[in-house]
Design a protein around this ligand. Structure first.
Ligand SMILES: C[S@@+](CC[C@H](N)C(=O)[O-])C[C@H]1O[C@@H](n2cnc3c(N)ncnc32)[C@H](O)[C@@H]1O
Length: 230
């Protein structure tokens, strides 16, 4: 009986640690742990994600280019850029003539982005920095993106406020909302589609809409109005 209790205790402990460190990637332990976990696993990140070129072009590049079609040289900020997924695929698009700043606090993730962006070094900049506060003036970027990251930030709401602040009037926000079975493992950090969209609307965004993307993520779009009532 004692052995059974010990085994049960160990199984529960293992399940708890798995939830704490793997499922929710350390977010309940604080920012430093999240960033440290990304740093120590950075070398495996691209392999684990196994990005599909055609899917990235269709679901990530195409909607962004559509929203930016009238801006010849857009300036884009990719918050939590990681290993440079978004800049890599966007620069790969021959018709894209914009500039991209990729921001992430995990140095080893950024190190893996560097070689991907070397051919575009005049139009790419990587910044080692957290999402809050963003080190840019208000109304700066034509588009802000943040893929597969909001749920790992200390406060998704504070990060979204900052993103909207630095977005230009008329600019587009493209972020992701965690969905599916694992999303609810984030407990009080989970946001339904309605809660997420309502929050973006309260931040002043218009044309807020959610598109199903992957098994675990929706894409959420919003636009900063051209003119604001003061
Ligand atoms: C799942 S990865 C997503 C990376 C990239 N956007 C992509 O789609 O491949 C999450 C990223 O969030 C970054 N991150 C963690 N905490 C952060 C914070 N406080 N501010 C900004 N980025 C953070 C991590 O370093 C990691 O690169």
């Amino acid at each position: 009986m004692v052995w059974l209790n010990i085994i049960l205790g160990l199984v529960l402990l293992a399940a708890f640690l798995y939830w704490l460190l793997v499922t929710t990637e350390g977010v309940f332990l604080g920012r430093r742990i999240v960033v440290w976990l990304y740093d120590i696993t950075a070398h495996k990140y691209d392999e684990i994600k196994g990005f599909d070129d055609a899917a990235e072009r269709f679901f990530v590049v195409r909607p962004l280019r559509h929203h930016l079609r009238r801006i010849p040289n857009p300036l884009i900020l990719d918050v939590a850029t990681g290993t440079g997924r978004l800049p890599h695929y966007l620069f790969d698009e021959a018709q894209f003539n914009g500039r991209i700043i990729g921001l992430d606090p995990a140095r080893k993730m950024l190190n893996l982005a560097v070689p991907k962006l070397v051919p575009y070094r005049n139009r790419a900049l990587l910044v080692q920095q957290t999402a809050v506060p963003l080190p840019f003036p208000t109304d700066t970027f034509d588009a802000i993106t943040c893929l597969e990251a909001l749920e790992f930030l200390p406060s998704a709401e504070a990060a979204l406020c900052e993103m909207v602040r630095v977005l230009k009037p008329g600019g587009i926000l493209m972020v992701t909302r965690r969905r599916g079975r694992e999303a609810k493992a984030f407990l009080n950090r989970y946001r339904s589609v309605e809660q997420f969209e309502t929050f973006l609307t309260h931040l002043g965004l218009i044309e807020v809409n959610t598109q199903p993307w992957q098994l675990n993520y929706d894409q959420v779009f919003g636009k900063k109005p051209e003119w604001r009532m003061t």
